[in-house]
Every structure is written in structure tokens, then in C-alpha cells.
Design a protein around this ligand. Structure first.
Ligand code: CAA
Length: 380
């Protein structure tokens, strides 16, 4: 890591340990953190870490952003996903695919944290098969009439900007014929707030849209919005992988400390090989996951393709986090199952990383496609 990357990591860790971690159990119970936290993260430059300075961001690279997500998630994974969706699923695609006018209008408020970003792809009837979405965009005088319902939209209640995917070619039923639009949350009705197993401090909404927007809200090319969704998720998955690493690291930290304090049969439980093996496996798998995440982030910083590397990082890190947070509960025994220690929260929070931004099954599908594309099939 460069000196700048280490500095951003240290700054985030310091802030997260002082201002986020001590409140995480309460925010989990209360189902939310104060909006003020996002303003503070904005002041530190953490709402637009890898957004160029001329667009209101901190001007750092993608790896720095990934380091920030790991540190935030280590303190509170709900805060981690809020920043992840805001940045890699909304701000970055606007920066990459927006016209200069769109970038100028939407990116600076997002990068400063004045507006919060959302990504509205999933619908009640289309999750893994994202291309089956039925929200529609019909041409109307000078623009588009957008209609549809979206489900599990992280951050919608905060207010800000929504990347909204709708079918612009009514003759298609697959990923072809879908376009991306930029909406304000004032153009969206929040119809429900989801109750979840974990990540309770983050907000997850159902939304409904029935609105006219001018033609300048189309992002990228008409009928080619699915590519925007897919390349957005390629980068976003690296962020979710970093979130998983942060959760697992937090679980390991608690387990290591507990194992050296708790006594049984006249010894610290850390002296028993059964516990040592658990700690070793945790530490090793966290290292391995983190290296996959950093490789994917480094490739992205080099402008190289990350479809395979990002999917591998997410797949391994998320399954590792689920496995190792369960092991953390096992190290703490009965205490691990209670609210007295945070490991039960880490376990609940880790599970979602195997589901959102593409399930583990979809990551395997994406990786398999990439691997098979590389195989040279000799002509018969
Ligand atoms: N980058 C750019 N373009 C891509 C791409 C990529 N990685 N992958 C596919 N595309 C393009 C294709 O080239 C094709 O473009 P053309 O139509 O121009 O030829 C188009 O996208 C369709 O591609 P496919 O035929 O491969 O599409 P498919 O229907 O077979 O679907 C899929 C592929 C991988 C299964 C996809 O549907 C998918 O990723 N599903 C999972 C959805 C997902 O991750 N949802 C997460 C929701 S967001 C979220 O969770 C946020 C949150 O709150 C945390």
C-alpha cells in the first residue's frame, strides 16, 4: 500500500473505532444510525473516496475506497453497505457513464455526502435474473414516463439520487432493451421499509415510481443500460467482498481476545489446540480473502477487467465471513449466542454478503462464464 492508502486506512479506523463501533449494538437494536454520521463521513472525504477532487471527492484510488469499506464494516457493516451502495453502485457509474452535464449535476453532491446514492435494479419478480425486470420507460413528450416497483433498495429513505433501471424496448423480456435513468428520491415513493435478519443499522426500502422525466435523465445509451448495471456490479462486488472481510476481521478480533481471557479446565482456552485451530483458520482465511479483494481493487485501479477477479473476491470473502463468524460464536460458546458480545451480530450481518450484489450461485455462474470464454475449443 502507498503512504496515502495507509493514511486513509488509519484515518477511517480511528474514526470508526471512536464514533461507530461503540454505537453499533444500539444502532442494530434501534434499526438505524443518525443521518448526521453520513455528514461526518462526508467531511472526512469518505463519501467520495475515489471520486476525483474536481467532482467533489477525495481524489484517491479504488483500493483506498476498499480499505475504507473494510474499516467501516469492521465497526458496523450497516454503515459499510450504506457507503458501498452510495459510492460504487451510484456515484461511480454516474461518473463513468454520465454526460459532462450529468456528472456536474449529480456527482459533487453525492461525493460530498449531501445526497445519498441508491441502485434500483431488483424487483419483486427479478433478483438473480435481473434482466427479467418489468419496470417500464415509455417515450412521452420530450422525455420518458417511468413506471415500476423496486425491492430491497438500500438507502432510498435517506434522500438523494437513484439509478433506476427500466425496460425501454417493450418487445423484449430479457437483459436486452433495458435502460438506466437518473432520478431524485423526491420522484420516488417509498412504499415499505424492510425488516431484516441483520445489517439493521442500514435502511432497505421498497420503492414505487410513476413519473415523467425529461430525456436528459437517460444514462448512457438507450436499450444498453444492462451493461451499465453489470459493470457497476463488477466493481460493487469488490466492495461487498471488502465488507465481508471487515465483518470477519471484527469477529476474529473478539475471538482472539476472548480466547486469551476465558479459562476452562485450569487453562486459558487459547491454550487448547481445538481453539488454536479455529483461530488459525480464521486468520488464514481472512488473509486469503483480503488478498483476493486487494488484487481485484488493484486490477480496477489499473483499468483492467474485474468481472472474474471481483466475483472470486466476493464469493470467497462472503462464504468465508459466514463460516468464520459462526466459528467466532463457537469460540465464545454460550456468550457468543448472546447480545453481551457482538459476534452474533457479525454472524447475522455476514449472511447477506452471500446474497446481495449477486448470490454465491450467480458469482459461480459469472466466474464459470469467464473461465470457459478463455478455453480454446479446437475446431472439429
Ligand atoms: N460488464 C458489462 N456488460 C456486461 C457484463 C459485464 N460484466 N455482463 C454482461 N454484460 C452485458 C452483455 O454483454 C449483454 O450486453 P448486450 O445486450 O449489449 O449484448 C448484456 O449485459 C446481457 O448479458 P447476459 O446475456 O450475460 O445477461 P443474463 O441475463 O444472462 O444475466 C447475470 C447475467 C450475470 C445472471 C446477471 O443477471 C446478474 O448479475 N444477476 C445478479 C443480479 C445482481 O447482482 N443483483 C444485485 C442487486 S443490487 C444490490 O444487491 C445492491 C445492494 O443493495 C447491496
Amino acid at each position: 500500500m502507498t503512504a496515502e492508502q495507509r493514511e486513509i486506512q488509519a484515518l477511517t479506523r480511528e474514526f470508526a473505532e471512536a464514533e461507530i463501533a461503540p454505537n453499533a449494538a444500539r444502532w442494530d437494536r434501534d434499526h438505524g444510525f443518525p443521518r448526521e454520521l453520513l455528514a461526518r463521513l462526508g467531511e472526512l472525504g469518505l463519501m467520495g473516496v475515489c471520486v476525483p477532487e474536481e467532482h467533489g471527492g477525495a481524489g484517491s484510488d479504488f483500493l483506498s475506497y476498499i480499505l475504507v469499506l473494510e474499516e467501516l464494516s469492521r465497526a458496523d457493516a450497516g454503515v459499510g453497505v450504506t457507503v458501498a451502495v452510495h459510492t460504487s453502485a451510484c456515484t461511480l457509474p454516474l461518473l463513468e457513464f454520465g454526460t459532462s452535464v450529468q456528472v456536474e449535476e449529480y456527482v459533487p453532491p453525492l461525493a460530498r455526502g449531501d445526497a445519498i446514492g441508491c441502485f434500483a435494479l431488483t424487483e419483486p419478480g427479478s433478483g438473480s435474473d435481473a434482466g427479467a425486470l418489468v419496470s417500464s420507460a415509455e417515450r412521452a413528450d420530450g422525455g420518458w414516463h417511468l413506471r415500476g416497483s423496486k425491492q430491497w433498495i438500500t438507502n432510498a429513505a435517506f434522500g438523494g439520487t437513484v439509478l433506476f433501471f427500466a425496460r425501454t424496448d417493450a418487445g423484449t423480456r430479457t437483459a436486452r432493451g433495458v435502460s438506466a435513468f437518473v432520478l431524485g428520491t423526491d420522484e420516488v415513493e417509498i412504499t415499505r421499509t424492510e425488516e431484516k435478519l441483520g445489517l439493521n443499522s442500514s435502511v432497505t426500502n421498497d420503492i414505487a415510481v410513476d413519473t415523467f422525466v425529461a430525456s436528459d435523465r437517460l444514462l448512457g445509451e438507450e436499450n444498453h443500460g444492462f451493461r451499465i448495471a453489470m459493470s457497476t456490479l463488477d466493481g460493487g462486488r469488490i466492495g461487498i467482498a471488502a465488507q465481508a472481510v471487515g465483518i470477519a476481521q471484527a469477529a476474529y478480533d473478539v475471538s482472539l481476545a476472548y480466547a486469551q481471557e476465558r479459562e476452562a479446565f485450569g487453562h486459558r482456552i487459547a491454550d487448547f489446540q481445538a481453539i488454536q485451530h479455529k483461530l488459525v483458520n480464521m486468520s488464514m482465511e481472512i488473509d486469503a480473502a483480503r488478498l483476493l479483494v486487494h488484487r481485484a481493487a488493484w486490477l480496477k485501479d489499473q483499468g483492467r477487467g474485474v468481472t472474474e477477479a471481483g466475483a472470486k473476491a466476493k464469493l470467497f470473502a462472503s462464504e468465508m465471513a459466514r463460516r468464520q463468524t459462526a466459528e467466532a460464536i463457537q469460540v465464545l460458546g454460550g456468550y457468543g449466542y448472546t447480545k453481551e458480545f457482538p459476534v452474533e451480530r457479525y454472524y447475522r450481518d455476514a449472511k447477506i454478503t452471500e446474497i446481495y450484489e449477486g448470490t454465491s450461485e450467480i458469482q459461480r455462474l459469472v466466474i464459470a462464464r469467464e473461465l470457459l470464454q478463455k478455453v480454446h475449443v479446437p475446431a472439429s
